[in-house]
Design a protein around this ligand. Structure first.
Ligand SMILES: [Zn+2]
Length: 112
């Protein structure tokens, strides 16, 4: 969904000015190395092993996937409205990389 062609992004090969902390958040989302429930549920070891997908919940009560956090969660609604975000694909297709990294950093911070 985030990188369907599995290409190395220009941000890693060209001299693009991006805040490093925000770029790390962006990379974490691309690699699914974030703390959203959809991933944390994969390595939940609280005596239950992996959580079933339907138990990987957001505080809003729905399954917390990357798409949920970016596209539909009420907790990130203010950021969607502020930055006119429609879909994950649309957000990652934007060429203002520094803005995209900052937006993703702010979205992931909601759920940390
Ligand atoms: Zn939610």
């Amino acid at each position: 969904m985030v990188n369907p062609n599995l290409k190395v992004h220009d941000i890693y090969t060209k001299n693009i000015k991006v805040n490093d902390i925000e770029r790390v958040s962006w990379t974490r989302l691309r690699l699914t190395a974030h703390s959203l429930a959809v991933e944390k549920g994969r390595w939940n070891r609280l005596g239950r092993g992996r959580l079933p997908m339907e138990e990987r919940l957001c505080p809003c009560g729905l399954v917390q996937t990357e798409a949920h956090a970016i596209e539909s969660c009420p907790l990130s609604l203010h950021l969607r409205n502020m930055y006119n975000i429609t879909t994950v694909g649309e957000l990652f297709a934007r060429i203002e990389y520094n803005n995209v990294c900052a937006i993703i950093h702010k979205i992931l911070a909601i759920y940390d």
